[in-house]
Design a binder for this molecule. Sequence first.
Ligand SMILES: [Zn+2]
Length: 251
Amino acid sequence: MHTPKFPDSTVRLYVLAACLTFVSVVILGFSTGVLPIRQAVSVDASPVMPVFILDPGHGGEDGGAESADGILEKNLNLDVALTMEALADFLGYPSVLTRTEDEMLYNRYGSTEETVKKKKTYDLRNRLRFAEQSGGSLFCSIHMNKFPQADCRGLQVYYSPEAEESSAYAVILQSYARTFLDPENDRETKKADSSIYLLHRIQMPAVLVECGFLSNPEECALLNTPAYRQKTAAVLTAALAEGWEAGLGKS
Ligand SMILES: [Zn+2]
């Protein structure tokens, strides 16, 4: 009963137009060239290779973090990632998503009947496999945070220790979040430890964005509004675009 209400496709298109204006302003403000985004895309590549691999965390039986009043992380993650995909593709950066539905991915490469813990392991392995087979250049996982202290708040970006450029991508994302979402967010980027399975194994630039804390009532209420999620998606997409234009992930 607390499931967030997401816009239908007509409303999504309308909001997307508003987001695009925002993204354009951000990108043009931070780029040195003239319309560098359009120039970056190879129009004769066939088939078109994805640039960004967007990974909405959790799904299906795995709801992820849950707020005190029952808002589930998995739904917010998917909404942000779908909006990012739409924005990125429109701007000329083909993207793929590890999931587009409310599902775990444990049986993507063959069905498994396992315990929940095993399902979680297979789910993560399959996200990794999908990412590595996708041909994409940058992996960006989307999550929401939760912590015992309710006053903790603020988007934070983790980066993979495996690829050098992950850290630079994370710095750009964190800086965009500070500038465009919350100037009081003084969080620093963090190198992922071994508890973040994907970032520890993936062999490409990779980041994981904790978009905010569901355990903070104020931030949770914000994250539960379509407008704030769309703004978050726009800011993250613009930051990824800037990293790509700066040459990150192209080697
Ligand atoms: Zn999560």
